[in-house]
Design a binder for this molecule. Sequence first.
Ligand code: NDP
Length: 283
Amino acid sequence: MIISGKELSTRLKAEMAEQVAAFPEKYGRVPHLVVILVGDDPASVSYVTGKAKASEVVGIRNTTIRRPESITEEDLLSLIRQLNGDDTVDGILVQLPLPKHISEAKVIETISREKDVDGFHPLNVAALWQKQPCTVACTPKGIIKLLKAAGVTIQGKRAVVVGRSNIVGLPVSKLLLDENATVTIAHSRTTGLAELTRQAEILVVAIGRPKFITGDMVSEGTVVIDVGVNRDPQTGRLCGDVDFAAVEPKASVITPVPGGVGPMTICCLMENTIECFLRRQSR
Ligand code: NDP
């Protein structure tokens, strides 16, 4: 079974649009997401455009603020502080990656925890690891939604996550653990990776290497979630970290690239923005 994140996210966004349509009467306004884009990296521009389009579908107000690549760290931080103090703003997202002269860590911790729709703030991350209420990072959250929508039982399963980044590998491992999977995290220094991935009943791959997971690395019946977004060096087309053509016949469930995890990330960003808005309304 190929699980379409595109279809699921379309359905979820329609449900959120209904919810948001009732907000002006109830709260006097709709949620407001501010996205900051530094520079003009084509991939970042396309992600930011996708976020604006999804906001429109859901009925969330979206403001994209563009700043040149040459912006100083202090100017960016002061823009964030200004948005933190702006009561009409519910969510702040700074599109990553940032130019080298700007510390991503400083940017992330400057965004107020309450407006951190990406779920990257150290306090949100700490809360996730302590099972406290928090904003959960969009991609990991979307992955769990995809698994559940596909009817996959997570509890008791051997899950292998390849990749240990702060934005995907680590948080998705924690969410799988919270769903009672038995989780192994692999990374670039893991030895015997293929042996490990063959033991997986659920395999999540987030490494950023085109078609890295080959057919012989996956056992029959495995649930495969491909997070990677890469350019195939041969065709120039988008592809995942998993060699889809070789793995799909063996997998019981697999996500395509594009149209799998990617749309779910944006969908969960919309959900996080609504959650931040509602939390602020109830204060
Ligand atoms: P990072 O570069 O931050 O992390 C990559 C991880 O993969 C690291 O932990 C690294 O290990 C590990 N890794 C690299 N090479 C290997 C290898 N040969 N064997 C095993 N592990 C390896 O990437 P991200 O987590 O940010 O992103 C991963 C992929 O997911 C990218 O393609 C990115 O574009 C995509 N992505 C997609 C999203 C979506 O919405 N669809 C959202 C976010 C990312 P080590 O820690 O040892 O260096």
